[in-house]
Ligand binder design. Structure first.
Ligand SMILES: [Zn+2]
Length: 131
């Protein structure tokens, strides 16, 4: 009979969680079952939020690079290939964040990850058209 990891009483709550491919098992009594769960969930969600934030920032910069070159291209002939390439690199980094978010998250995070990576299409289209 598993015992509560906190107080040693007979465990009533058994939690198996897989985070980053690591299987963790928690055995808790009814009293500690309630406060035993939040730490892992909170940590996972903190990482997800960071990934989303990092990805969103990178993506914003990538899109900004494309928009800047659009304005610039009207005024003069300029080599915007380097800027667009830079945008492409930023975008790839952003997509890596969204991809790990997609792999880690539940279905809500997956929907968020897919929506957040939509500007990818814009950046790629822009790159192919003008670079
Ligand atoms: Zn306990």
């Amino acid at each position: 009979m598993p015992r509560c990891q906190v107080c040693g009483a007979v465990a009533a709550v058994h939690v198996v969680q897989i985070t980053d491919g690591q299987k963790t098992e928690q055995h808790l009594c009814t009293k500690h079952g309630a406060d035993g769960l939040p730490p892992i969930t909170a940590r996972a969600s903190w990482v997800n939020w960071s990934l989303l934030l990092a990805g969103a920032l990178l993506m914003t910069f990538a899109v900004a690079c494309c928009l800047v070159t659009m304005v610039e291209s009207r005024s003069r002939r300029n080599p915007y290939t380097p800027v667009l390439t830079f945008a492409l690199i930023l975008m790839s980094a952003a997509d890596l964040c969204f991809l790990s978010l997609f792999i880690r998250g539940g279905w809500v995070w997956r929907v968020v990850a897919v929506l957040a990576s939509l500007p990818t299409l814009f950046v790629i289209e822009d790159f192919l058209r003008r670079a």
